[in-house]
Ligand binder design. Structure first.
Ligand SMILES: NC(=O)c1ccc[n+]([C@@H]2O[C@H](COP(=O)([O-])OP(=O)(O)OC[C@H]3O[C@@H](n4cnc5c(N)ncnc54)[C@H](O)[C@@H]3O)[C@@H](O)[C@H]2O)c1
Ligand SMILES: O=C(O)C[C@H](O)C(=O)O
Length: 332
C-alpha cells in the first residue's frame, strides 16, 4: 500500500481552491493510486466557510483521501508537507495590475515562508498562485532558507494554457496538438508568450506554429496582447478573477513536476533564475523547463530574436523592480 503524501492548499475557502481541492483528491495531479492527506489553510474568519468545503469533500466519498485537516494555523498546515499550493492571497479587481496587490499580499508570503522553513519537509515542492505570483514566490523562498531554492516555483501555466488555446482556436486543432509554447518572465502584462519554437500537428504532420499560422503580425501583436490581458478580460466579464482555469493550471504544473515532462517537450514554470538567457540571477522568472525525477532543468540554447530579447529584458526589469519593492515591504 502506497504511503499517503501530505498536500497543503492555502486560501482553501476561496474560489480557486474550490476547484483545486477536488482535483487533488481525485487523483488528477498525483496519480490515481496515490493516497492523500489534505491540509487546508485559511484565515480565522473563514473557518466556517472552510468547514463547508470539508463537508463537501467528505460527501465526494473519494477513497484516495485518508484525512482532511482544516486549520487557521500555518504551523499545523505546513507540517511535513510534500507539496504546497500557495493560493491564499487577495485577488485583483477590474482596473488593477497584479503588482498593485504587492502591499496587501507579500507579508502573507513572508510569514508562510517562515512556517514552511520550520515545518515542511525539506523536499517539499511549492507552487505560488497568489499574485503577484513571481515576487511572492521569491519572498517565500527567501524566508525559507533551509529549503532548496529549486523547490519554489510560481504559476505561469495558466498563461501557457491560454497561449495554446489561442493557437488551437486559430488553427482549428485541439490544444494537445500544440507543443513547446513558451511563457517568459512575469505573470503580468509584460510576460512574453513566444511561439518561435512551438510546433503543431495538423493532419498527422508536425510543423512550426509560425508556418501554420502564416501571420507574423498576428503573432507579434494580437496573440501576445490577448494572452497578456486574458486575466483582466476574465475579471471584466465575471467580476471575479479566473478560478476554474487557474485551478486546472495549478494541477497541470504540479502534475508535471511530480510525473515529469514527456520526451523532449517542455512546459513553462516560474523558477529562480540562474542567469540563463541573461536574466538577473535570483529573480523568479518563467522559463521553459524539462522535468525528470521531480527536478527541473531550464531548457538551454534556444535562439532569441532581437524582438524576443527586448521582451525578455522588459519583463525582467519589471520583476527586478517588483522584488525591490517587496523586499522593502518585508524589511521590518
Ligand atoms: N498565477 C495565476 O495564474 C493566478 C490565476 C488566478 C488567480 N491568481 C491569484 O490567486 C489568488 C487567489 O485567488 P482566488 O480567486 O482564489 O481568491 P479568493 O479571494 O476567492 O480566495 C483567497 C482566499 O485566501 C484566503 N487568505 C487570505 N489571506 C490568507 C492567509 N494569510 N493565509 C491563508 N489564506 C488566506 C482568503 O481568506 C480567501 O479565502 C489571488 O491573489 C489571485 O490574484 C493567480
Ligand atoms: O488576472 C488576475 O488578476 C488573475 C490571474 O492572475 C489571471 O491571470 O487570471
Amino acid at each position: 500500500m502506497t504511503e499517503p503524501i501530505r498536500v497543503v492548499v492555502t486560501g482553501a475557502a476561496g474560489q480557486i481552491a474550490y476547484s483545486l481541492v477536488y482535483s487533488v483528491c481525485k487523483g488528477d495531479i498525483f496519480g490515481p493510486n496515490q493516497p492523500i492527506v489534505l491540509l487546508l489553510l485559511d484565515i480565522t474568519p473563514m473557518m466556517g466557510v472552510l468547514q463547508g468545503v470539508v463537508m463537501e469533500l467528505q460527501d465526494c466519498a473519494i477513497p484516495l483521501v485518508k484525512d482532511i485537516v482544516a486549520t487557521d494555523d500555518p504551523n499545523v498546515a505546513f507540517k511535513d508537507v510534500d507539496a504546497a499550493f500557495m493560493v491564499g492571497a487577495m485577488p485583483r479587481k477590474d482596473g488593477m495590475e497584479r503588482k498593485d496587490l504587492l502591499k496587501a499580499n507579500v507579508r502573507i508570503f513572508k510569514a508562510q515562508g517562515q512556517a514552511i522553513d520550520k515545518f515542511a519537509k525539506k523536499s517539499v515542492k511549492v507552487i505560488v498562485v497568489g499574485n503577484p505570483a513571481n515576487t511572492n514566490a521569491c519572498i517565500l523562498s527567501k524566508y525559507a532558507p533551509s529549503i532548496p531554492k529549486e523547490n519554489f516555483s510560481c504559476m505561469t501555466r495558466l498563461d501557457q494554457n491560454r497561449a495554446q488555446a489561442q493557437i488551437s482556436l486559430k488553427l482549428g486543432v485541439t490544444s494537445d496538438k500544440i507543443k513547446n509554447v513558451i511563457i517568459w518572465g512575469n505573470h503580468s502584462s509584460t510576460q512574453y508568450p513566444d511561439v518561435a519554437h512551438a510546433t503543431v500537428e495538423i493532419q498527422g504532420k508536425v510543423v512550426p506554429v509560425a508556418d501554420a499560422i502564416k501571420d507574423d503580425n498576428y503573432l507579434k501583436n494580437e496573440f501576445i496582447k490577448t494572452v497578456q490581458q486574458r486575466g483582466a478580460e476574465v475579471i471584466k466579464a465575471r467580476k471575479l478573477s479566473s478560478a476554474m482555469s487557474a485551478a486546472k493550471a495549478a494541477g497541470d504544473h504540479m502534475h508535471d513536476w511530480f510525473a515529469g515532462t514527456q520526451g523532449d517537450n517542455w512546459v513553462s514554470m516560474g523558477v529562480i533564475s540562474d542567469g540563463s538567457y541573461g536574466v538577473k540571477a535570483g529573480l523568479m522568472f518563467s522559463y521553459p523547463v524539462r522535468i525528470k525525477n521531480r527536478n527541473y532543468s531550464i531548457v538551454q540554447g534556444l535562439s532569441l530574436s532581437e524582438f524576443a530579447q527586448q521582451k525578455l529584458d522588459l519583463t525582467a526589469a519589471e520583476l527586478d523592480e517588483e522584488l525591490q519593492a517587496a523586499l522593502a515591504e518585508c524589511a521590518d
